[in-house]
Write a protein of this length. Structure first.
Length: 413
């Protein structure tokens, strides 16, 4: 990879991530607001019987009165705001980022040869197919007789997501498995908007235009799917952020257990707030205790199963190293530089205060150094982002040694 190409990949990742986070903020903010609005609606005595409830809100120095119809107004409104593009752009930018980082650079972040020696196109095909399958199975469960029993549907849905998380660990790196679990849940969320909520809203509007009464089941189904999205949101956010925290995916074997804990935690937090907005007096404060317990479980599971902690307990085994055929072999002088300046963090047993090698990048053997050559090029040669604040004291001459190995044209000072 040339220097210009490396910079393009990095900048592309930053810009797509910026778009993704911006769209997600807009979508999640709107979703949380409307769940809060629904919960805070109050039926006014003597009011319009077609109005399900009204809520007064104050924000930015202004007062707002918002009402919700039980079904729909008698005639279509002249102006109608549709809430859909926040969801669509969140998914489109997220999938683009998945392709850019994990499929475009799959040999660095997604493929672990020790797990399954996939070709890049195979890894991408498996990931994309799994996302599509995730939506199809979820939608089938919702439309089946099981959909009439929300608690049971929730348990079965949780089981399905956990099963998929386990399946991902059989083909991808731990980092790739956890990010795909989050992407699967995010795909379900946008699928609800695109395939269910929006079509039902269009049907209701078409009925109003035709002078007919919309079918109540359209509104009920849409509200149910929107509620599902509300409970899925916080766990998805954790999965998306997890790629920055190696302790979360250091041991792929425990990822399914971590997924269970995270989903339980996120769902309970949303359950509390949904009830809190409806009636402060009956808010389920116990949900915080259970959510905290679930997070503590996730911490204990992840920490005690991580290679660093297992090493301290005398249980660690060095990971199997499988070198890619195209990995550039590092000459002895480059190996010496990396092991002297980088290995204190990027090792199976890093410094005590780190716990796990950042982003799962190991640089403790010549084989590992060869495998993560693109990361070394970007972080240590092209950007000087590593070591952080140059705490290990790498010199310009040593960076030049790495540049010669990586065939990068980087001038010394």
């Amino acid at each position: 990879m040339g220097a210009l190409e490396a910079y393009a990949w990095e900048w592309g990742s930053a810009l797509i991530r910026w778009l993704h986070v911006t769209a997600a903020i807009a979508w999640i903010g709107g979703s949380f607001f409307f769940m809060h609005l629904d919960a805070s609606l109050r039926k006014r005595a003597g009011g319009d019987p077609a109005i399900a409830g009204t809520a007064w809100q104050v924000h930015g120095g202004g007062f707002y009165q918002m009402s919700k119809y039980t079904l729909a107004p008698a005639a279509p409104p002249e102006e109608l705001v549709w809430h859909k593009w926040q969801s669509y752009w969140t998914w489109m930018s997220g999938f683009t980022l998945l392709c850019w980082v994990y499929y475009g650079q799959s040999q660095l972040f997604l493929i672990d040869p020790a797990v399954m020696p996939l070709a890049p196109w195979q890894a991408a095909a498996i990931g994309a197919a799994a996302l599509a399958l995730g939506w199809l199975v979820y939608d089938f469960l919702c439309r089946s007789p099981l959909g009439a029993n929300e608690p049971l549907l929730g348990v079965v849905g949780l089981g399905y997501v956990v099963a998929m998380a386990w399946a991902f660990t059989l083909v991808f790196s731990g980092r790739g498995a956890l990010i795909h679990t989050g992407a699967l849940m995010a795909t379900i969320m946008t699928g609800n908007v695109f395939f269910v909520i929006m079509p039902n809203q269009r049907k209701s509007l078409a009925a109003l235009v035709a002078g007919k009464t919309p079918d109540p089941k359209w509104a009920k189904t849409s509200k149910t799917r929107s509620t599902h999205n509300n409970y899925i949101t916080l766990p998805v956010l954790f999965m998306m952020l997890s790629n920055h925290y190696p302790v979360a995916f250091a041991n792929p074997k425990v990822i399914p257990a971590i997924v269970i804990c995270v989903i339980v935690t996120g769902a309970l937090v949303r359950y509390f707030y949904n009830r809190w907005h409806a009636d402060h007096a009956t808010a389920p404060w116990w949900a915080w205790a259970v959510a905290a317990a679930a997070m503590i479980c996730a911490f204990v599971i992840a920490t005690t199963a991580s290679p660093g902690m297992r090493a301290l307990m005398g249980l660690a085994e060095l990971p199997t190293v499988v070198v890619r055929a195209d990995a550039p072999e590092a000459p002895p002088d480059a190996v010496d530089v990396v092991q002297l300046r980088c290995m204190m963090c990027h090792a199976a047993e890093p410094m005590d205060w780190i716990g796990e090698a950042p982003k799962g990048v190991l640089l403790d053997t010549p084989e590992h150094i060869a495998r993560f050559a693109p990361a070394v090029a970007m972080q240590a040669v092209l950007t000087h982002a590593m070591p952080p604040n140059n705490f290990s004291g790498i010199t310009d001459e040593e960076r030049a040694v790495l540049a010669r190995w990586l065939k990068l044209d980087v001038a010394q000072k």
